[in-house]
Design a protein around this ligand. Structure first.
Ligand code: GRF
Length: 207
């Protein structure tokens, strides 16, 4: 079971995958880590674990399609079963998503379909003061053409406290991400989770 992990930054989710492989919990080979940013700390995590790490800077390409074509070629060269977007801060083009349908997953810091997009923790806190839910969390989902909208595989929840800041809430969510993402990869590696293009995320979730 071969993986390619895409990152843009710190790579704590990448670390969780590396640790799960290291302990034998996840029986997989991490074929490569690819970052769109040369300064991503996750590249050092990959190097420390002896995993090939590559930088593909999106600024070097004329447009999203050109970058995605180059990224797809790099990914294919490693022949992964699953591609993991783990804090990869780029929106994929339709062509890219079609090519890898059912083989690419993403970890998102909210209980999707609530809070797609960015700054999820602050938005949850803002809403808490306006009668919003005191429940937050993270989702691992298949990537499709809908931004943060592909079929959800698993979610984990955390409480939202009155005393929370965006940072404290993010930290609590991160702990869950680091459990959930390797767990989903174990399920995928065991063939216990599959992609069905007819199943979509519900449009709306009422908490
Ligand atoms: C995580 O919160 C993830 O849900 C989001 O980006 C963050 C990446 O963190 N997509 P890290 O780089 O894995 O530490």
């Amino acid at each position: 079971f071969r993986l390619v992990v895409l990152i843009s930054g710190n790579g704590s989710n990448l670390q969780a995958i590396l640790d799960a492989i290291d302990t034998g919990r996840l029986k997989a080979r991490l074929a490569a880590v690819i970052s769109n940013r040369a300064d991503a700390y996750g590249l050092q995590r990959a190097a420390a674990a002896g995993v090939p790490a590559e930088v593909l800077a999106h600024g070097d390409f004329a447009d999203r399609e050109a970058f995605d074509a180059a990224l797809a070629a790099r990914i294919e060269s490693h022949e992964p079963d699953i591609i993991v977007a783990a804090g990869f801060m780029r929106i994929f083009s339709a062509g890219f998503v079609d090519r890898f349908a059912g083989r690419i997953i993403n970890v998102h810091p909210s209980l999707l379909p609530a809070y797609t997009g960015l700054r999820t923790h602050q938005r949850v806190l803002d809403d808490l003061g306006n009668g919003g839910a005191a429940l937050h969390g993270c989702s691992v989902h298949f990537v499709t053409g809908d931004l943060d909208g592909g079929p959800c595989i698993a979610q984990a929840t955390v409480p939202v406290l009155q005393s929370d800041t965006a940072d404290s809430l993010a930290q609590r969510v991160h702990v869950q991400e680091h459990q959930l993402l390797p767990q989903v990869l174990v399920w995928l590696s065991e063939g216990r989770v599959g992609y069905d293009r007819d199943i979509a995320m519900p449009d709306r979730l009422t908490l």
